[in-house]
Design a protein around this ligand. Structure first.
Ligand code: ZN
Length: 323
């Protein structure tokens, strides 16, 4: 849902809360004659207020104050009549889901917290970032698992520190025309963690982010192709501000999936929409599996991040094993 749909939903719930309250008021007037009488007087008082506002001159304020007192007294009387008859005083006042904005969605000219909250939750659930990825952010990414022994130009830890900083900077400075990123490296080197961390940060800025595995994206296109799903459900891969394709190469590859990948990639590049892809494949494997065109697209249009080190999941498991 975009923000307009959320506001519309709020407004709908406001209108139905008011309607339901009106129905309860009518019920009270039917059941309790005293309430019907008071409501007639309240209506007369509100006409007096309008009349004072239109016709009153010098004595306007005094008039409004006296009518206002009359109004308050009637409301007090109404509340006590309701209680005498076993109803709570607010029995027929509208029950809004948000007490701050009475479901109008606004507080003065700003969006109410309830609107911001449902926007974020909605973005989050729609993003594909499930529970497993929820706890992956920049704060809990540990560099200590990367080897700091110097057996090449950079140690794995130095390399990963640079990648970590690049990813953090990327998410903090994200704009709809940010770079594309290709994360290359073996299993368990933190590609998923860092791409989920980017997704979370970019989502919190209010951008539409879609995070999905290559397999699930291609399955989606396949389902539409065979009429099993609506095209609307794959449009998000094209229209989102940031698309994160996890684990390219793990999918069941066919000529069709290669064609889908190629056209999705092309569409996003032509429309300057950033994409992040993570893969266990080496550049050579990408070339072999997806062909020259995709290979040169990826190498030409994507910033390459080469993840290095040893499988962190294995290191973590061996750490928790008793001696
Ligand atoms: Zn609210």
């Amino acid at each position: 849902m975009d923000i307009n749909e959320i506001l519309q939903k709020k407004l709908d719930s406001r209108i139905s809360a008011i309607k339901a309250a009106d129905i309860r008021s009518e019920q009270l007037r039917r059941e309790i004659p005293a309430v019907a009488e008071i409501d007639t007087s309240l209506r007369a008082v509100s006409l007096k207020i309008m009349d004072a506002a239109i016709n009153g001159k010098e004595e306007l304020i005094e008039k409004i104050i006296s009518v206002k007192n009359e109004n308050d007294n009637l409301l007090l009387k109404r509340a006590s009549v309701l209680e005498q008859n076993g109803y709570s005083a607010d029995y027929d006042s509208p029950k809004f889901s948000c007490k701050l904005c009475s479901d109008s969605g606004y507080i003065e000219l700003n969006f109410c917290e309830c609107v911001k909250k449902s926007f974020n939750t909605d973005q989050y659930t729609g993003s594909g970032l499930g529970k497993a990825l929820y706890n992956k952010d920049f704060n809990n990414f540990s560099l200590k698992y990367y080897n700091s022994k110097n057996n090449s130009e950079f140690t794995a830890r130095e390399n990963m520190t640079m990648i970590f900083n690049d990813c953090k900077r990327y998410s903090q400075r994200f704009s709809p025309s940010s770079d594309n990123i290709l994360m290359i490296g073996g299993t368990g080197l933190g590609k998923t963690h860092l791409s989920a961390a980017i997704a979370k940060e970019v989502l919190s800025k209010g951008y539409l982010v879609i995070y999905d595995s290559a397999q699930s994206i291609f399955d989606g296109y396949e389902a539409v192709r065979f009429g099993k799903d609506n095209r609307e459900n794959i449009k998000k891969y094209e229209s989102c501000s940031l698309l994160i394709i996890d684990d390219l190469g793990a999918e069941c590859m066919t000529q069709y999936t290669v064609a889908v990948f190629s056209s999705l990639l092309n569409w996003r590049i032509v429309n300057s929409k950033p994409t992040i892809i993570s893969t266990n494949f080496t550049p050579q494997q990408i070339k072999k599996s997806y062909g020259d065109r995709i290979y040169s697209r990826l190498l030409g249009e994507f910033k390459i991040m080469r993840f290095s080190g040893e499988d962190i999941r294995l290191i973590k498991i061996s750490e928790t094993k008793p001696e």
